[in-house]
Ligand binder design. Structure first.
Ligand SMILES: [Zn+2]
Length: 348
């Protein structure tokens, strides 16, 4: 199929740390990046049931088998069978699913910032997109919106909740708007970029500029003494505002800064829910484990369960199916026979 990525699309920030070299330890030369795209089906493998040449599709970032224990629970990014790399077993004790263009530890799958893209398990990995809608809209449904929905689900945002979201990038803003859609009474939007904060304000959020407050958690508690019902970290390990964490990262004493996560935990009420949606990979220092335990906070995280996108958007359901997955390499010039399709890029 032709893959179609849009240069004006709201790419998730999780690709930025790759371009910035923060994940060089798990990258390798020549790996094509990109994991959110739409495309036109150019060719289908013999086991593809639901796609045909010419279909316009959203290509989801997560490659899942649809059959394992985790896929059975719709926890698609935890799929046990689509990541042939064992390095995450060493790092985490378990491996995640395969993800397009997302390092050698998530399967070395070539990404979709390319003219053509091979899409494994295409019936599950693709969602049909309307042909007459501007590409900017469906491409945001590949990763940004499902990730944002994941954050709301993990924290169980509901009617009347007071919510805080650290980060006003594409995902953070999307979380904030979805929280409102789910009935949140107030949403605090935390960032240090005035332009982003203004966008959040224009959508009805309460902006909190980190530059104006030595401790944004203390500030939120000063105006919201009960605390946040739901706190969501959507900025990630690189967005430290603390000189201590910046120094520790520079010295290699820690991999991930955690001051934003610490602030979310502090600002969240006793018994509240916190989710880490911004990417964290390694270990950190000074995470307030005592505060986390004593306040009875529920802390969750994880990559998006992308294939649940159809729960958010009224799109044609793609039946789970599929057998077969594996290496993305084409041996002897022959494409794999699994349910695979190929895309070619169209740039808007
Ligand atoms: Zn699976």
């Amino acid at each position: 199929m032709r893959s179609c990525t849009s240069p004006t699309a709201p790419y998730v920030a999780r690709i930025l740390h790759m371009y910035n070299g923060d994940l060089n330890k798990v990258m390798e030369k020549g790996l094509i990046m990109g994991h959110e795209a739409i495309g036109i089906v150019e060719e289908v493998g013999p086991e593809v049931k639901d796609l045909k040449v010419g279909d316009r599709v959203i290509i989801l970032p997560v490659i899942a088998c649809g059959e394992c224990f985790y896929c059975g629970h719709k926890e698609f990014s935890l799929c046990d069978r689509t990541n042939p790399s064992g390095e995450l077993d060493q790092m985490y004790g378990h491996r995640l699913s395969g993800i397009f263009g997302y390092s050698k530890i998530t399967g070395r799958y070539p990404g979709d910032q390319a003219e053509y893209c091979r899409v494994p398990n295409a019936d599950l990995t693709c969602v049909k997109a309307p042909a007459n809608v501007d590409a900017k809209k469906p491409v945001s449904l590949a990763d940004v919106t499902p990730t944002a929905w994941h954050g709301c689900e993990l924290t169980e945002v509901g009617e009347g909740d007071v919510v805080g979201v650290w980060g006003c990038g594409a995902v953070g803003l999307s979380i904030q708007r979805l929280a409102k859609l789910r009935g949140a009474s107030k949403v605090y939007a935390v960032d240090k970029d005035a332009q982003r904060l203004e966008i959040a304000r224009s959508f009805g959020m309460i902006p909190v500029n980190v530059n104006d407050h030595a401790d944004p958690a203390d500030y939120i508690l000063s105006v919201e003494p009960h605390g946040l019902e739901r706190g969501i970290e959507a900025s990630g390990f690189r967005s430290t505002n603390s000189a201590a964490h910046a120094t520790m990262r520079a010295l290699g004493i820690e991999g991930d800064g955690s001051d934003t996560a610490s602030a979310v935990i502090k600002a969240t009420r006793k018994g509240g829910n916190v989710a880490l949606i911004g990417d964290f990979f390694y270990s950190t220092n000074n995470l307030p484990i005592g505060m986390l335990m004593e306040k009875a906070i529920t802390l969750r995280g994880g990559q998006l369960y992308a294939e649940k996108v159809s729960e958010i958007c009224p799109m044609p359901q793609v039946p789970p199916l599929l057998s077969g997955y594996g290496s993305t390499e084409k041996k002897d010039g022959k494409r794999r026979k699994a349910p695979t399709a190929f895309t070619k890029s169209i740039w808007y």
